[in-house]
Every structure is written in structure tokens, then in C-alpha cells.
Design a protein around this ligand. Structure first.
Ligand code: FAD
Length: 657
């Protein structure tokens, strides 16, 4: 049976409806090298005196949100910003460890904008839009200059130039870093730029405020409904445009490397109001995380990909070999990445490294409790470079590992295993970063735009900052030039409806008074997602997951126990709302995965493999972005396809051998 026949045999009607194809109409039809320049030139401008009459709401203060708030504030717009943490500086971006890419070619090793573009399109397994990726590579060089000017303390080499290291999927060194704390240093840079605008009166910051609904008036995004997380007050805020910079949704899997608060609520609410959700099933599984250690764990810890620059990954050749790793001689070890992929070795992209780790564990050669682990060994690096150098490069990561596992990685190889880390899917946006609702812009991990089916390491920070410092400030003015839009207030029917919906949901969650905790539901949902919509997927498994998710969702709404009231700090209530949205998202992810009957990125579809068991992408059928439209409560979602055209990078099966 061909893929296309299999596709037809899907019981499609029971899960979704197919709608009309869509296209990005904002990228100018000029050669790719001049596309961004042309777009900036064609975009309408807003004169500085008029900017102060225009209001912009930004939800999120991670790298994508803070950089946008600082830049739009500096430009003179009135910006109101929200985050759910107690400080904008606690956004999840602060956790980023390894680095940020830029095509500066400081190492003179053959890097260029074109090579970064090429690596990213190929790394994304040909499921990203060429125009966006080229612009990202172009803007990458400006980000480093901007951050250096802000005082971000990037690592330097002896000669004084900024230092670089390599990340997976590339053969050049283009990753800028600040030890193992790159996200933290970049966020402090963006945060102090926002603070400056707060002092100048252009940015108003609301911490501990959670967006629970988008307000759409006359087809335009015009505001948000927010819950004050300390008092429970439900507030409305209005603007001429709304920007969502609310991060990724990896926590749908319960266990992930994301901060505990990361959630999908803001983008999910926007989806339900008409914004298309793109490629929801594209999740990144990171190969170097500390393995799960017990049933009651609620968080996984990433060991930065930068460790693969010097650490060597291996398992014993025989599954029977249970010796202390230090006692296993070279001839009994399998450095499987170096063996299978000699040209990239330990620096293959994340999806390839994750799948290879899963394969050796499935063969029974995994190490540590439950056999779900592989070694990441620094013995060679310590011998070659000396402990002091290794400590200077990776010291904080080694300390973190030692504290969590009680083992000393300078003496014993680390144990690592793949874990959920990042979500390439997100709200669909065009070249301007505008969603399918006019006036709604989406930046950073919250949008789907640049990474296709697999994100290369050190490129999320690059994208968030590109979006916030450079792209959005040059595109949103094209929309705002038509403003200010007519005033609205709390009595507008669309606002009343949005507020009532929020109140009704909170009341419902508090009134169920069932017997199961929110976390127990979340854990069960996460397990289903990991087992059936994680690294390996099959038609049978996805259908099973869909049935169980629907049942579980019903159980949640009839048996969840949320204590306390709305009018207080109530973390159970906050979590309940987020988990309720994760149920709906999880369902859409499984439908998206079911439809995408191909293996691409880290997503292995068992029905789509080569005779020797390798992942098989299907460009004939699936070279598109899937953009899902909400059709109404209880109705099947509508799939719009955005065909992907590759004019500059030849589409072929990836090889890192
Ligand atoms: C452990 C770890 C290490 C990483 N290391 C790297 C790395 O080295 N290099 C790299 O390129 N990438 C790395 N990444 C990925 C990268 O950190 C993230 O993709 C990126 O920081 C996301 O930034 P963001 O601004 O889009 O979102 P976030 O930083 O997640 O910020 C989201 C913001 O939205 C707010 N928010 C969310 N929902 C709501 C709501 N409903 N109401 C109000 N506010 C809301 C939050 O309060 C927060 O301010 C790493 C990720 C992890 C998990």
C-alpha cells in the first residue's frame, strides 16, 4: 500500500475536516537575500509623534517578550506587559544554558549567513519556511552586537574576541555563550532594557498576572482578560495590537526540562478565538537530560548540548556487561554516534542523537536504573585538556549533575537520556509574525515559525531575540499605521462574553469538588503523550491515546479536586486551568501526529520507515505546515495546509554520516 493509499484509509472524518490551503502573503517575491530589506522598506511607518497614541499589549517577559517590550517602548509606543512570575526576570528563558547562534564567522571556519540558513532548513528536516529561516540567519549577527552593547558577558578567548563553540547538526563553531548560563545573561540584558523603559514610562509591567482569554473585536485582537494571581481579580486590558510571547507547551508531557509553570493557556485561548495552531505534534526531545529517577518526579533536568563538544557518548557493546563504566575497556564500548555518523560524531542534531539513544536502550544496552540511560564521558577530555579547562567550560553543569545524582562526573561518566525539551509547533504566523487574527502577533517559542520538525541547538534564543529586537518592531508598525482603532470598554459584548467565559471556567473548576488532584491527571496525560505521541508514533497508538485522552478529560471535569477559592493565591486553581487546556492541546497534537504519516525530525512514524528501519520522510504528501483552525466546542478541527516550497535548499533525505 502506498503512503497516499494509507492516508486515504485514515478514518479522517472522525477526527478532523480538511479546509482550504493557506499561504504566507507577506514575504516579498524577490530574491531571498533582499526579502527582509524589501519588506522593511514596504512596511508602513508610524511617525514618532503618533506612536504615543498607540497601545500594545505584550504577554510574556522571556527573551521574546522582554526584547519586544524594550524595543517598542524605546520606539515610543505605550506598552503594557504581563507575566505570571513575580519578576519578568524569572521567565523560563533564564534556564537556557548552552548558547546562542550567530553567523559571525569569527572562527574563520567557513560560516556565513547562507550556511546558517542552510543548516537550519536541513536541521529542521525541510519542514520550515525558507523566507523566515533566511531572515533569522541574517538578523543573527545583529543580535550579538546588540547584546554586547548591553553588556552581556559572553565568553571571550585569549585574544579578546568572543569565543564560540559548536552545537549539534553543524560543522562550524558559531555558538556564543556565557558559561552554562547564556539564557540568564541574555535575559538580564533584555530585562534591564525593559526596566529602563519602565522608568521612562513607556512600559507598564504587571507581574503575577495570568492571561486567560483573548479579546477579539470586529475580527481584530484588541485585548486580554487577565487574572491577578494574588487577589483573584479578573481584569480587562485593551490595546491596538496584542503580542503573545508566552513560550512553549512541552509541559503537556508532564515531565520535561521546561520550568514548572510553562503552559499553553495564552496561545490555546487565542486558538479557540480563531488563531491557527501550526504543527502541534512537532516536539523536540533533547538527548542529554538526566534520566528519570522515580515515579514521583515532576521535573527533568537538561545537561546542556554544549557538553557534546567534549563529552563522548557510549554504551557497553553487550547488554550483559554490568561492570562499573570505568572498568569497561575501550574494546568493549560502543561509541555508537561516532560509529554510525563519523562526520558529525557526537554532534549530530538532537533528533538523530535522541533516536539513536532510544535504539541502543531498546536493544537492551542502556545503562543505569531501568536501562534507560547512556554514558556521556569526559575522561578523554579531562586527559586532553586538563580538569581545570573542563571545569572552566562546564563547571556549573557538572556541579548541577553532581547535586542531582550524587555522582561525581569528573570521576564517573554522566548518565543521560532523551527528554521533552522544546516545542517547534505553536501559533501559525506569517512573515510579519502576525497570526491569522489581525492585530495578534506571536514571537519566540510561542509561534511555529522557524524550526520545522527539529530545532538545532542554540537557535531558540536566537529566534526569540530576532523576533523581539528586530523583526516585530519592523512589521507591527505596518499594522499599527492604520490605528488607533476605535475605543472599546468593558461593556462591549465581546468583552463581556470573554470575561464571563473566564469566570464560568474558574467557578466550574472550583465547584467540581472531586477526588483526584490536578497533578494526578496531568501525570496520566503526560504519560499518554510520551508513550504514544513522543519519539515514536503509530496509527494504533495514536488512536488509543485519543480515546483515552477524551475519557480522561471527561473524568477531569467531573472528578478533579481544586481546593481554596478564587480570591486568593491559589496554585491548584492556576494549575487546573492550565491542565484543562493541556487536555485539549494533547488531543490536537495526537490528531496532527495521526495525519502526518511520515517520519520527520525526531518523530518516528512506524508506518514510515526504510527497509532497514531508518526514518522515512515523505515529501510528496507532507511537505506542508499543518495549520489547525478551531471549529467550535465539540466540533472537529479544520486542517489548512501551507505548502512548503524549497527554492534555495535542495530537498533531500538528511545525512550526517
Ligand atoms: C533547560 C533549558 C535549556 C535551554 N537552553 C537553550 C540554549 O542554550 N540555547 C537556546 O537557543 N535555547 C535553549 N533553550 C530553549 C529556550 O530557552 C526557550 O525556547 C526560550 O527561552 C523561550 O523564550 P520565550 O521568550 O519564547 O518564552 P519564555 O522564556 O518561556 O517566556 C514566556 C513568558 O510568558 C509568560 N506567560 C506565559 N503564559 C502566560 C499567561 N497565560 N499569562 C501571562 N504570562 C504568561 C511567562 O510568565 C514568561 O514571562 C533551553 C530550554 C530549556 C528548557
Amino acid at each position: 500500500m502506498t503512503n497516499s493509499e494509507l492516508f486515504d484509509s485514515l478514518d479522517a472524518d472522525s477526527y478532523y475536516i480538511e479546509g482550504a490551503d493557506i499561504a504566507d502573503t507577506k514575504a516579498p517575491q524577490v530574491p531571498i537575500e533582499t526579502r527582509w530589506e524589501e519588506r522593511r522598506f514596504r512596511a508602513r511607518l508610524v511617525n514618532p509623534a503618533n506612536r504615543r497614541k498607540l497601545d500594545v499589549i505584550i504577554v510574556g517577559t522571556g527573551l521574546a517578550g522582554s526584547s519586544a517590550a524594550a524595543t517598542l517602548g524605546e520606539a515610543g509606543y505605550n506598552v503594557t506587559c504581563f507575566c505570571y512570575q513575580d519578576s519578568p526576570r524569572r521567565a523560563h528563558s533564564i534556564a537556557a544554558q548552552g548558547g546562542i547562534n550567530a553567523a559571525k564567522n569569527y572562527r574563520n571556519d567557513g560560516d556565513s549567513i547562507y550556511r546558517l540558513f542552510y543548516d537550519t532548513v536541513k536541521g529542521g528536516d525541510f519542514r520550515a519556511r525558507e523566507s523566515n529561516v533566511y531572515r533569522l540567519a541574517e538578523v543573527s549577527v545583529e543580535i550579538i552586537d546588540q547584546c554586547v552593547a548591553q553588556g552581556v558577558p559572553f565568553a571571550r578567548e585569549y585574544g579578546g574576541l568572543l569565543d564560540n563553540r559548536s552545537f549539534g547538526g553543524v560543522q562550524v563553531s558559531r555558538t556564543f555563550y556565557a558559561r552554562g548560563q547564556t539564557g540568564q545573561q541574555l535575559l538580564i540584558g533584555a530585562y534591564q532594557a525593559v526596566e529602563r523603559q519602565i522608568a521612562a514610562g513607556t512600559v507598564e509591567m504587571h507581574t503575577r498576572h495570568e492571561m486567560l482569554e483573548l479579546i477579539v473585536v470586529d475580527g481584530r485582537a484588541r485585548g486580554v482578560v487577565i487574572r491577578d494571581m494574588v487577589t483573584g481579580a479578573i481584569e480587562t486590558h485593551f490595546a491596538d495590537a496584542v503580542v503573545l510571547a508566552t513560550g512553549g507547551y512541552g509541559n503537556v508531557f508532564f515531565l520535561s526540562t521546561n520550568a514548572m509553570g510553562c503552559n499553553v493557556t495564552a496561545t490555546w485561548r487565542a486558538y479557540r478565538k480563531g488563531a491557527y495552531f501550526a504543527n502541534p505534534c512537532f516536539t523536540q526531545i533533547h538527548p542529554t537530560c538526566i534520566p528519570v529517577s522515580g515515579d514521583y518526579q515532576s521535573k527533568l533536568t537538561l545537561m546542556s548540548e554544549s557538553l557534546r563538544n567534549d563529552g563522548r557518548i557510549w554504551v557497553p557493546k553487550s547488554g550483559e556487561d554490568k561492570r562499573d563504566p570505568r572498568k569497561i575497556p575501550e574494546e568493549d564500548r560502543d561509541y555508537y554516534l561516532e560509529r554510525i555518523y563519523p562526520s558529525f560524531g557526537n554532534l549530530v542534531p538532537r533528533d538523530i542523537a535522541s533516536r539513536a539513544a532510544k535504539n541502543v536502550c531498546d536493544e537492551g544496552r542502556g545503562v543505569g536504573p531501568g536501562g534507560l540511560g547512556v554514558y556521556l564521558d569526559f575522561a578523554d577530555a579531562i586527559e586532553r585538556l586538563g580538569r581545570q579547562t573542563v571545569e572552566a567550560k562546564y563547571g556549573n553543569l557538572f556541579n548541577m549533575y553532581a547535586q542531582i545524582t550524587g555522582e561525581d562526573p569528573y570521576q564517573v561518566p554522566m548518565r543521560i537520556y532523551p527528554a521533552v525539551h522544546y516545542t517547534m509547533g505553536g501559533l501559525w504566523v506569517d512573515y510579519d509574525l502576525e497570526a491569522s487574527i489581525p492585530g495578534l502577533y506571536v514571537t519566540g517559542e510561542a509561534n511555529f515559525s522557524d524550526h520545522g520538525a527539529n530545532r538545532l541547538g542554540a537557535s531558540a534564543l536566537m529566534q526569540g531575540l530576532a523576533d523581539g529586537y528586530f523583526v516585530l518592531p519592523n512589521t507591527i508598525n505596518d499594522y499599527l499605521a492604520a490605528g488607533p482603532f476605535p475605543d472599546i470598554d468593558a461593556s462591549h459584548p465581546a468583552v463581556v462574553e470573554a470575561v464571563e467565559a473566564v469566570r464560568a471556567r474558574i467557578d466550574k473548576l472550583l465547584s467540581v469538588d472531586g477526588s483526584r488532584t490536578v497533578d494526578s491527571f496531568h501525570r496520566e496525560l503526560g504519560r499518554l503523550m510520551w508513550d504514544y505521541c513522543g519519539m515514536e508514533r503509530s496509527e494504533e497508538g495514536l488512536r488509543k491515546a485519543l480515546t483515552r485522552i477524551r475519557e480522561l478529560k471527561k473524568e477531569f471535569w467531573s472528578d478533579v479536586r481544586v481546593l481554596g477559592t478564587n480570591e486568593e493565591l491559589n496554585q491548584a486553581l492556576e494549575r487546573a486551568g492550565r491542565v484543562a487546556d493541556f487536555f485539549e492541546l494533547g488531543e490536537l497534537m495526537c490528531i496532527d501526529a495521526l495525519v502526518r504519516r511520515e517520519s520527520c525530525g525526531g518523530h518516528f512514524r512506524v508506518e514510515s520507515q526504510t527497509p532497514d528501519g531508518e526514518a522515512l520522510r515523505d515529501d510528496e504528501e507532507f511537505a506542508y505546515v499543518s495549520a489547525w483552525e478551531f471549529a467550535g466546542e465539540g466540533k472537529r478541527p479544520i486542517l489548512h495546509k501551507e505548502p512548503l516550497l524549497y527554492e534555495y535548499v535542495e530537498m533531500k533525505q538528511r545525512s550526517y554520516k
